[in-house]
Design a protein around this ligand. Structure first.
Ligand SMILES: *Cc1c(COP(=O)(O)O)cnc(C)c1O
Length: 391
């Protein structure tokens, strides 16, 4: 089979090139639930790289809700939401999310990736312009590419430049992460909102890393800045991070949600998530809103980590969130650092291009309310022994 052989050897060349540039990615096999005490490839490790910021992914009440949900609903939803897959449990979760975000409606999507593709392609098309922060999540950029609109990227958090760019042409959408996923810093939402209003564009915030963590009762980046749905008409959130389950949602006006139901293809042409999962998320949403102590604990751990890292002379990023990146620069160095931590029993992934821009490979350290102060001490002790070398 010569053709098959040729195609395979071409793939092999591509893979080898990735390895040569330290950009090859490998999956570690987890043998324990998502929690600080991980078991990775059979070995106990203290993990600082999940997104389970509130420690809800393995919470007994959430597990019980999933189990009871499965007893009540079975496992599969059986069909897309518009066919026969939209259960009372999904409906109740949408109502709870609308209330949580203080918006008229919310709509569940199977994943955050699909929510972002769905919203942007439903609202923008050929001839429209979509403005995005240069460091936005890949799913937002992909949504704009798929929409065939003009994708215009502005420098990270640079509202002034956005204001100038947008003056040059018609705008449809301004899109930003609320908390940047690889940097942990906040979008300048109070500056973006008036620019969007003046340009007659919708402002869309992907608050995957802000919901549950920031604002009163974990209501996210918008609440933290006191911005309502007039200032930010489109709010997207994920359920697999601070809420500890799986899936995503978009919250906004009645007309926005009805438009998405009619025309967001990643909503329409896919099977609804299991109803039991909606039951589990209803439980985790309740806990996330109720347990302010989880956010307070995160605040204590973030302060402890930053004070310790500063003492060690480490180059901290400008982040007050549980995402605390340590810049390594080259992919090779990020890999060496990650491996050195691994030897000390600490699990932190090396984040490399194209997830982050060339030359900004890093350790993405994340903290969770499930960590203890002793855990953070162990992390700092391991960081103190990182090899100091050139790139
Ligand atoms: C994780 C993430 C997504 C994707 O959400 P999934 O539910 O994992 O598909 C989208 N946007 C941001 C900013 C994220 O961090």
């Amino acid at each position: 089979m010569p053709t098959r052989h040729t195609a395979d050897s071409e793939l092999r060349l591509r893979l080898d090139a990735l390895k040569a540039r330290d950009l090859y990615r490998r999956r570690a096999v987890q043998d324990a639930p998502q929690q600080p005490c991980a078991i990775v490839d059979g070995r106990p490790m203290l993990s600082f790289c999940g997104n389970d910021y509130l420690g809800l992914a393995n919470h007994p009440e959430v597990i019980a809700a999933l189990r009871q949900g499965a007893e009540r609903w079975g496992v599969g939803s059986g069909a897309a939401h518009l066919v026969s897959g939209h259960s009372r449990a999904h409906q109740a979760l949408e109502e709870a999310l609308a209330e949580f975000t203080a918006r008229p409606r919310a709509l569940l999507f199977s994943t955050g990736y699909m929510a972002n593709l769905g919203v942007i392609t439903a609202l923008a098309g050929r001839g429209d312009s979509v403005y995005q922060d240069r460091l936005n999540h890949a799913s937002l950029l992909d949504g704009a590419l798929l929409s065939r609109a003009n994708l215009r990227r502005y420098p990270h958090t640079d509202a002034a430049t956005l204001g100038r760019l947008i003056g040059e042409g018609p705008a449809r959408l301004i899109v930003t992460d609320g908390v940047f996923s690889m940097d942990g810093d906040l979008a300048p939402l109070p500056a973006l909102a008036p620019i969007a209003r003046a340009a007659g564009a919708w402002l869309m915030v992907d608050d995957a890393h802000g919901l549950g963590v920031l604002g009163r009762n974990g209501r996210g980046s918008l609440d933290r800045f006191g911005l309502d749905s007039e200032a930010v008409p489109i709010l997207m959130g994920t359920l697999g991070k601070a809420f500890g389950t799986f899936g995503a949602f978009v919250a906004g006006s009645e007309d926005l949600i009805e438009t998405l139901i009619q025309s967001a293809r990643s909503y329409i042409y896919t099977t609804a998530t299991p109803p039991a999962l909606a039951e589990a998320t209803l439980a985790s949403l309740r806990i996330a809103a109720r347990d302010d102590w989880r956010r307070e604990r995160l605040g204590v751990l973030i302060a402890q980590f930053r004070a310790g890292a500063e003492q060690l002379g480490l180059a901290l990023a400008d982040s007050q969130t549980p995402i605390q990146p340590l810049l390594a620069g080259s992919a090779a160095r990020a890999l060496r650092w990650s491996a050195a931590l691994g030897e000390a029993g600490i699990l932190v992934g090396a984040i490399r291009p194209p997830t982050v821009p060339e030359g900004t490979a890093r350790l993405r350290i994340t903290l969770s309310a499930a960590h203890s102060e002793a855990d953070v001490e162990r992390l700092l002790a391991a960081l103190a022994r990182l090899p100091v070398e050139s790139q």
